[in-house]
Ligand binder design. Structure first.
Ligand SMILES: O=CC(=O)O
Length: 332
């Protein structure tokens, strides 16, 4: 993941850190360094070293938590925090949070909302081009064969004009569609509901979508309905010259079956930013040239980090002054 740039700290009033509202930080949000630089004059960030019990403040005093997508905010963690009232996740996805427990406890959740949609869509298109045109594989080839007498590199597949099945036509999926329309691609989609406002053909299941698409781009949230929605049958329907791009969550794909299909040449290739058991990646994938792997970094760019910190801080400030959150996640 990209190193964060040094940010000039703002002029800080001379607060006693102990007097500031406490904010517990769980996981290691990509924006943490910047958050501390920009907002340590407003909040007292509590960052556990190893266990939650290593904190300098009692757990019972904590009402606000910031967490990253990689931190499982389970019912048992939530149970350690009896005063918890607000969770701010630095991700758009909320599958790492026990939403039911939050609902029962009346804990509000704020997320990154649509904030990353451009970034993730850019990355999805980049990954699609990479896996179909073998960009990363070609890069590796040149680095190892630049002194060969001749170059002979296998052909990739054309992206322009292809039929692209988008799974999840929310704000990220729409941005992917917009970009790929400019490539002359035919956009098809599967979503929880058909959208009356879009011109693209709707498929009410992923299997039919896969059967008619050259590539699937997974942009949807992970939940009990979408877990393993891309199973072996879907991969076989996509076929030997079909590709999968996943910028959603690893659990959307049955990863074991994906490895098997790739090993048996049942699908053309896959470009994955997310995995079922991050940061573990099935080792079989590491040596495959028709697979592109990135470390769950699609959402983050140099440009978005400061803005993301602003969103986090504004949500906490809104909560502390009893105002509506600015990017509230509706959990019913
Ligand atoms: O994965 C990142 C996010 O959910 O924003």
């Amino acid at each position: 993941m990209e190193e964060e740039k040094e940010v000039e700290p703002p002029q800080q009033p001379n607060h006693h850190n102990q007097d500031l509202p406490q904010v517990l930080v769980l996981g290691s949000p990509t924006c943490l360094q910047t958050l501390k630089q920009l907002y340590s004059h407003k909040f007292r960030f509590l960052i556990p070293n190893t266990s939650l019990h290593s904190l300098s403040a009692p757990l019972s005093s904590i009402s606000v938590v910031i967490c990253s997508a990689s931190f499982p905010l389970t019912a048992s963690v939530i149970g350690l925090l009896p005063s918890l009232r607000l969770v701010v996740t630095t991700s758009a996805g909320t599958d790492h949070i026990d939403l039911n427990e939050c609902r029962c406890r009346g804990i509000q959740i704020a997320g990154a909302g649509k904030f990353f949609s451009d970034e993730v869509a850019d990355m999805a298109v980049g990954l699609l081009i990479d896996v179909m045109r073998k960009v990363s594989a070609a890069d590796r080839f040149v680095r190892t064969s630049c002194e060969s007498a001749t170059w002979s590199f296998p052909l990739g597949y054309k992206v322009s004009g292809k039929r692209i099945g988008i799974v999840g036509l929310g704000s990220i999926g729409m941005e992917v569609a917009k970009r790929l329309e400019c490539f002359g691609c035919n956009i098809l989609y599967h979503s929880k509901h058909k959208k009356s406002t879009v011109p693209y053909p709707f498929y009410n299941n992923v299997l039919d979508l896969a059967a008619t698409s050259n590539a699937l781009v997974l942009c949807c949230a992970l939940n009990e309905e979408t877990r393993h929605m891309v199973n072996r049958e879907v991969m076989l329907a996509l076929g030997k010259e079909g590709f999968i791009v996943n910028v959603g969550r690893g659990g959307l794909i049955d990863e074991k079956q994906l490895v098997k299909c790739l090993m048996d040449g049942e699908i053309g290739g896959a470009a994955l930013d997310v995995f079922e058991d991050e940061p573990n990646v099935p080792k079989e994938l590491l040596s495959m040239d028709n697979v592109v792997l990135t470390p769950h970094c699609a959402a983050f760019t140099t440009e978005c980090i400061i803005k993301l910190c602003e969103v986090v801080a504004r949500n906490i400030e809104a909560f502390l002054s009893d105002m509506p959150l600015i990017t509230q996640v509706n959990i019913g």
